[in-house]
Write a new protein. Structure first.
Ligand code: CUA
Length: 448
């Protein structure tokens, strides 16, 4: 019985070695569809379970078959991927909108800037078992690797399982059958099942190491964007000083992120880019990607960082439930639009009336994650009816809520803290322009 298992396992190894060495061939020929299509034959032939799941992945990776709506969206999503330019974005938006994916707002307010319209579009990834389709050229190798290893593992799992079940049944105890003697040693067999797996894993290591080096080495010539994370917001600072809590990047150009945190560990995670990198206070970490297709993609914090971790950089909070209606996103711009964004955003920021600028800062800097404007308390006190009142401080004294109090609380939040709230607000010293501070004051004043 033992020898039979060994024999069949060896046969399985030989077959797998054949399919493994065949994998890289289709990869370079067609980089984008490679992960899906490369995985399909192997997984399909090996496993009934993987086989039935694969057609969905093959036709349109991001979509599952959970709902009819998603199915139809997936169907029309495929041609979109083909037209990789400015026209891709609206098409994808209309394809995705019927699903009403969570965490997306579909109706932007009137008069909203064109780049915020893009940021408010539904994200182009759907939650399924499979990874969303990659839009980072540097991710193709790791995707191929992932699906190859997945297919290999699925193949061996089911091959061995089937053999074990078959042999257990074939050599079961029956009257009239005596146990047969087992051979203790077989040189040829043992060399085979040592050498072939060794070749497979050495190949996997070499390929993985090569693509890892590629992923951690940003190109010299890249668009550099500073990333500052804190509880609970992102701030992306571009070369011309424009800051935003959505990440806007150009397509077809390498983008390098220089990241640090104001307080605790966070993690920058853009699933469609296959980029996940820890962000550490008091040091810089880096990430880069080369976005291949304009669109709006998911961005999330992947390191638990406290109360509102799940809502990090929430742009739109539901007033009643406190749920996040839209989180910060990655907007990949068609050629030329990124430059337009930088210019338009800069002029927008400086030309707003103070009250509106303050409202924008309140939303964009993540104040809304902790401070409501509807009277309900969250991590911090609400701003509603707050202006001009006499407020009680932690040390028992009282102070009038005025311009000076707001300015001091922005620069040294713990200096005159109110009782009953955790000391979790970071200082905004050096991170707000004078006009923005005045804007916040005007905004809070408007809520009295
Ligand atoms: Cu920031 Cu979790």
């Amino acid at each position: 019985m033992k020898s039979m298992i060994h024999c069949l396992v060896t046969v399985a190894l030989v077959v797998a070695a054949g399919s493994a060495s065949a994998q890289p061939a289709p990869g370079p020929a067609a980089p984008a569809p490679a992960p899906g299509s490369a995985a399909t034959p192997t997984a399909g032939s090996a496993t009934p379970a993987a086989g039935s799941a694969t057609p969905a992945a093959g036709s349109a990776t991001p979509a599952g078959s959970a709902t009819p709506a998603e199915g139809s969206a997936a169907g029309s999503a495929t041609p979109t991927a083909g037209s990789a330019d400015g026209s891709a974005a609206p098409a994808a938006g209309s394809a995705a909108s019927p699903t009403g994916a969570p965490g997306t707002a579909t109706k932007p307010a009137a008069g909203i800037a064109w780049y915020d319209v893009l940021a408010n579009k539904p994200i182009e990834e759907k939650g399924t078992f499979w990874m969303p389709k990659s839009v980072n050229s540097a991710a193709d190798d790791s995707d191929l690797m992932f699906y190859s290893v997945l297919a290999l593992s699925a193949f061996f799992f089911f091959a061995i399982l089937i053999v074990v079940i078959y042999l257990t049944w074939k050599y079961r105890h029956r009257p009239g059958h005596k146990p047969q003697p087992s051979p203790a040693h077989h040189d040829a067999l043992e060399i085979t099942w040592t050498v072939i797996p060794t070749i497979i894993v050495v190949f996997l290591f070499w390929y993985g190491w090569r693509s890892y080096i590629h992923v951690v080495t940003p190109p010299q010539k890249a668009v550099e964007i500073q990333v500052l994370a804190w509880r609970w917001n992102w701030q992306f600072t571009h070369a011309n000083g424009v800051t935003d809590s959505d990440l806007h990047v150009p397509a077809g150009v390498p983008v390098r992120l220089v990241m640090t945190s104001k307080d605790v560990l966070h993690s920058f995670y853009a699933p469609a880019m296959r980029v996940k990198q820890d962000i550490v206070p008091r040091r810089y970490t880096y990430a880069w990607f080369l976005a291949t297709k304009p669109g709006t993609y998911r961005l999330t914090c992947a390191e638990y960082c406290g109360t509102s971790h799940a809502q990090m950089a929430c742009q739109d909070v539901d007033k009643h439930t406190g749920a996040c209606l839209r989180r910060a996103v990655v907007v990949v711009h068609a050629p030329g639009d990124y430059e337009r964004y930088l210019a338009d955003k800069q002029s927008e920021m400086m030309n707003l009336p103070p009250e509106q600028l303050g409202k924008m800062v309140y939303e964009k800097k993540g104040c809304n994650a902790c401070h409501t404007i509807d009277g309900s308390a969250r991590v911090g006190p609400t701003f509603q009816h707050d202006w001009g009142t006499s407020i009680k401080l932690s040390d028992g004294s009282t102070i009038t809520m005025d311009e000076n109090y707001i300015r001091e609380s922005l620069m040294s939040p713990q200096a005159k803290a109110r009782p009953g709230y955790p000391p979790s607000m970071p200082s905004f010293q050096g991170q707000l322009k004078e006009k923005e501070i005045e804007g916040i004051i005007a905004f809070i004043k408007s809520l009295k």
